[in-house]
Design a protein around this ligand. Structure first.
Ligand code: AGP
Length: 614
């Protein structure tokens, strides 16, 4: 998943590259590097660890790089080789004249490396990317044409790549190309850019070209030429980016995660605006492009997603089955793509992804599309690769989410499932109108209730401190909030590195109960509704094993204080809506524990915001 940036123009190249990389830090942050051509010589600067280390290095080298007019930069999330300076990008040819930055995985790099070594090439790093540098250099020796060298070399690559390549003998030029990894070209005045994602260029230009798979772009300061894999020249299609330059500011919050948690009431309002104004009105969901007849006759839905998006899908299954009586299968995309799956033109396939770039989900979606299924994508990135595969697209409009741990994008995905389920139910007439009205009313009231909850964070903060030394954590729930238990546990794992697991409460007695003792916190998600009493009984089982008892509840039953050591109260909501209300304190619990433990909340170790490798 790494982030790449390329720049050719008159601005101070290291600054353009590092500020672009700063906005791509969500893609990886274990090492970084840039290559520039200065006074006709390719120079490479790399640093292990955070981007600031590279910035410091470049500040020291200012004098030797100030005249550069072209450069490429990279921020890494290690796949092949440990995150150190040697494995950091850019990688160079043996002559040192050619430099390359890469996002993706070259699957046949071992074979290519062995072949190149036979030809006398010396490798310095353990990466798959270095193979590309040497392979392109070999082709360049033969053709003396960098674009042609890249074209020939990429024909031999298997896997995924977005590449930017420079060569000191090819003056002020970047060759950029991609296959199954994101890359866009920023079109400027007297300057041009290449980047993995919009935030890296938006400060400079709002005009962009999205490269298709296998296309090759030749960027100079005053021209952009585009070619297909057969070397045919293509007319570039310039699109206007629907983005404003965004100051990625924490707005006074200590971390982006905390800010993003607080944005959730507005995310809900924003999602509903234009779709639902009063509980009496029908929901407007023009984004769904299937005609009414097809929607009425839908008899199966398959959802594919990963991580937090998978948890949103599990809640979505519950809502759709409850309101529409259509069977919904949910599967982790990474499992779905390597087995015999049975979707066809009668199945609605929903891909859920905050980033819209997750490789496993993208592959799952492409497989289903090839089998003729209608593809509905729920994403926070309507400009992503997944969105481009969509027959129907529901953008969740949560705004840019900087923290690696997904919070507001999760709530926005849940909103998309509520809207979809209500829309289907209204078309099918599958549920009583009064019930639907009640749900719609609850959705409209939800932002204020969350705001109320957010004014009472101190208790959650106190609870977090009390339990921050725990080595393990169990979350239990049943019904629609089983997914909330999974998501609460994932949040805690991701940012505090505490071993946390979510269980369906009824499963506790089938094994996990053996782990319980006086050191283990068990958090019961006790939201009013069908399974409230059942979870209470399951919680009793934990109490009998001396577990440390925490409740998260919208109930005002005072007896809970006797059973639980700690009760976290939230405003009352309808059971079907409760996953949104219940996840907020769990996001805060994870946040405060991680913050108390001094962890890097927004950029937790080993993770990245956009997972573009399978
Ligand atoms: C969320 O907190 C995680 N960082 C991760 O599980 C994420 O949800 C997963 O990688 C899927 O990403 P996507 O939604 O962009 O597809």
């Amino acid at each position: 998943m790494c982030g790449i940036v390329g720049y050719v123009g008159e601005k101070y190249v290291p600054e353009v590259l590092t500020s672009g990389l700063s906005s791509l830090e969500y893609r990886g942050y274990d090492s970084s590097g840039v290559a520039v051509i200065t006074n006709g010589i390719t120079k490479v600067y790399k640093a292990e660890g955070k981007l600031q280390n590279l910035k410091d290095l470049l500040a020291e080298k200012q004098d030797e790089i100030k005249d550069a007019k072209v450069g490429i930069g990279h921020i890494r999330w290690a796949t092949h080789g440990v995150p150190n300076e040697i494995n950091a990008h850019p990688h160079t040819s043996n002559s040192g004249k050619l430099a390359v930055v890469h996002n993706g995985i070259i699957e046949n790099y071992k074979e290519l490396r062995a072949e190149l070594e036979k030809q006398g090439v010396v490798f310095k790093s353990e990466t798959d990317t270095e193979t590309v540098a040497h392979l392109v250099a070999k082709k360049y020796e033969k053709t003396n044409d960098l674009k042609e060298a890249v074209r020939l070399a990429t024909k031999e690559l298997e896997g995924a790549y977005a590449l930017c390549i420079i060569h000191q003998d090819v003056k002020d030029t970047i060759i950029a190309t991609r296959r199954n990894a994101p890359l866009l070209i920023g079109v400027g005045e007297g300057e041009n850019f290449a980047a993995s994602d919009v935030p890296a260029i938006i400060e400079h230009t709002k005009r962009a070209i999205y490269l298709d798979d296998n296309q090759i772009a030749v960027l100079k300061a005053d021209s952009i030429e585009l070619f297909d894999a057969e070397n045919n020249k293509i007319q570039p299609k310039i699109e206007l980016l629907p983005w404003e330059p965004i100051a990625l500011s924490k707005m006074g919050y200590k971390h982006f995660m905390l800010k993003e948690i607080h944005e959730q009431p507005d995310v809900i309002r924003n999602f509903l605006s234009g779709k639902l104004h009063t509980a009496d009105a029908k929901i407007v969901l023009d984004e769904v492009k299937l005609d009414k007849e097809s929607l009425k006759n839908l008899n199966r839905i398959q959802v594919v997603a990963c991580g937090t998006s998978l948890h949103a899908a599990l809640v979505g299954k519950y809502i759709i089955e409850e309101l529409c009586h259509i069977p919904v299968d949910v599967e982790a995309s990474s499992e779905y793509i390597y087995r015999t799956t049975v979707t066809d033109e009668h199945t609605l396939v929903i891909g859920v992804s905050q980033s819209g770039e997750t490789a496993d989900t993208l592959t799952a979606v492409k497989q289903s599309k090839a089998r003729g299924s209608h593809i509905l994508i729920i994403t926070n990135r309507p400009d992503s690769a997944m969105a481009r595969e969509a027959d129907s697209l529901i953008p969740v409009n949560a705004g840019i989410e900087v923290s690696v741990a997904a919070t507001k994008s999760y709530v926005a995905q849940l909103m998309a499932f509520y809207a979809l389920a209500i829309h289907l139910a209204e078309i099918k007439g599958s549920i009583e109108e009064n019930y639907l009205k009640e749900i719609k009313n609850e959705l409209l009231l939800l932002p204020q209730k969350i705001e109320l909850l957010l004014t009472k964070k101190e208790k959650i903060q106190k609870c977090s401190r009390m339990y921050s030394s725990s080595k393990n954590f169990i979350f239990i729930a049943r019904g629609i909030n089983y997914a909330t238990a999974l998501e609460g546990a994932l949040k805690l794992k991701e940012i505090s590195y505490i071993n946390a697991t979510g269980y369906p409460a009824g499963e506790l007695k089938h094994g996990p109960i053996a782990m319980l003792d006086e050191t283990l916190p068990v958090l019961s998600i006790l939201m009013s509704g069908k399974v409230y009493e059942k979870i209470l009984s399951n919680a009793q089982e934990s109490k009998a094993r001396n577990a440390r008892m925490i409740a998260l509840t919208d109930s005002t039953d005072e007896k809970l204080e006797d059973l639980f050591d700690y009760v976290l109260n939230v405003p009352h909501v309808h059971e079907l809506i409760s996953p949104i209300m219940a996840i907020i304190p769990l996001q805060l619990l994870a946040y405060y524990i991680a913050e108390f433990l001094g962890k890097d909340v927004d950029q937790p170790r080993n993770l990245a915001k956009s997972v573009t490798v399978e």
